[in-house]
Ligand binder design. Structure first.
Ligand SMILES: [Ca+2]
Ligand SMILES: [Ca+2]
Length: 281
């Protein structure tokens, strides 16, 4: 019995893995990241709202048990500024402009990550960073940076180190009436210089959240890959000519996707609107 159930859920996951990704836009009003920069024991924190989007797939949308990651783009809406003071003995200022993070392998799907109690985690996510970090050190921090092999003034193009490997992309996902809410709460601390951990660190934490309604089907998308294209022609013809044949050939799809004119019925009057959909692409 247990193994039969396991087989069933495995089949369900495999079926749902057929590409049906959707985009969850980041809700800028609910998404903030904080950046604490520490150097020689002194720290300053700045923060920014976040915009962007994540593309995921779920098995299933109604009751998420597994998550696939397709893509993400996160942009800080503000520039960051840090100021550390040693009084008369020195100071350190740094500015980060145009910071953003992007999935480094769009087209390569990561997962599935199990969703347990709404929580998921993906490991080793290749990530491209963009933006510029400029800093200026005087006195004590300048001496310390020079001893560690760094100049007292520098401008660093963060794209030069791409791609980075994000240890963990984790968060929570919930579903209510096909409204998916995706939240990730990063909390990472990275040393400024891995060879010299006492020099300082950058601690990043906060929340990135977004919601989206995922429609059960789209008019004209008969193979339910959330795209309308030539691959929908055969299943459209099948849906009109042999509804039960369509149901068994496309068990996870919804035949009402063939109701392109939206009158609640699937029949010959949907042919012209379907052709219009295809040719209007
Ligand atoms: Ca399709
Ligand atoms: Ca119709």
């Amino acid at each position: 019995m247990r193994s039969a159930l396991w087989m069933q859920s495995t089949v369900a996951l495999a079926t749902a893995a057929a590409a049906a990704p959707f985009v969850v836009p980041v809700d800028q009003g609910q998404s903030v990241l904080n950046f604490q920069l520490c150097l020689l024991g002194r720290c300053d924190t700045d923060s920014s709202a976040v915009s962007g989007s994540t593309m995921i797939d779920l098995a299933t949308v109604d009751d998420p048990q597994a998550l696939w990651l397709y893509d993400f783009h996160f942009y800080l809406t503000d520039n960051l500024h840090w100021y550390l003071s040693w009084g008369m003995l020195g100071s350190f200022t740094a500015d980060a402009t145009g910071l953003s993070l992007h999935y480094a392998q769009p087209g390569v799907v990561l997962g599935p990550a199990q969703v347990l109690g709404g929580n998921f985690a993906l490991s080793n996510v290749p990530t491209n960073a963009e933006g510029v970090l400029a800093y200026h050190a005087v006195g004590i921090p300048c001496v310390a940076l020079q001893q560690a092999g760094y100049p007292c003034d520098d401008t660093i193009d963060l794209a030069d180190g791409n791609p980075y490997i994000m240890d963990q992309f984790s968060g929570t996902v919930s579903s209510q009436n096909r409204i998916i809410t995706l939240t990730s709460s990063p909390d990472v601390t990275v040393p400024l210089d891995p060879n010299n951990p006492n020099l300082g660190s950058l601690h990043v934490w906060g929340t990135v959240r977004g919601s989206v309604y995922v429609p059960p089907y789209a008019p004209g998308d008969l193979n339910c890959d959330r795209l309308v294209n030539v691959f929908d022609i055969d299943p459209f013809v099948l849906a009109l000519s042999d509804p039960s044949g369509y149901a068994s050939a496309y068990p996870t799809c919804e035949i009402l996707a063939a109701d392109v004119n939206g009158d609640g019925q699937v029949n010959v009057f949907d042919i012209d609107p379907f052709v219009d959909l295809l040719t209007g692409l």
